[in-house]
Design a binder for this molecule. Structure first.
Ligand code: AMP
Ligand code: ZN
Length: 115
């Protein structure tokens, strides 16, 4: 946990969120400023700053996050139509929140540039 991290505050319930999925390691909630009709953020509960700052062993959570993404896609009914998963890492990618997060985008036919 990082006291100043927006997503850690969401995990702790200090900032409200519209939750889509939760287990002991992962939380998914709707993005506050959706880029597509369905825009969900999937995050590890452990505070990992970015993809580049992952430590040995932490890669296991990544495969679990992808599994959860597929479960959400199935439950919300967009698995067949398709979806896009994006991770912004660092300044050049425009990462704004320093807590690893996966953008799950769906609900519209997407062009090349989104998020
Ligand atoms: P990134 O630019 O990859 O760091 O994306 C950060 C995302 O977090 C943006 O899409 C924001 O709209 C979203 N975001 C920031 N604060 C909140 C919040 N309190 N609740 C939900 N989504 C948020
Ligand atoms: Zn955090």
């Amino acid at each position: 946990m990082d006291e100043n991290c927006t997503f850690c505050k969401i995990i702790k319930g200090e900032i409200p969120s519209s939750k889509v999925y939760e287990d002991e390691e992962i939380l998914a909630f709707n993005d506050i400023n959706p880029a597509t009709p369905i825009h969900i953020l999937v995050i590890p509960k452990k505070h990992i700053k970015s993809l580049a700052e992952m430590k040995d062993g932490e890669e296991k959570i990544i495969s679990k996050i992808y599994k959860v993404i597929n479960e959400i896609a199935e439950k919300q009914g967009f698995k067949e139509k398709g979806y896009r998963v994006i991770v912004n890492c660092g300044k050049d990618a425009g990462q704004e929140v320093g807590h690893l997060h996966f953008h799950l985008l769906a609900g519209i036919k997407m062009g090349d540039k989104i998020v």
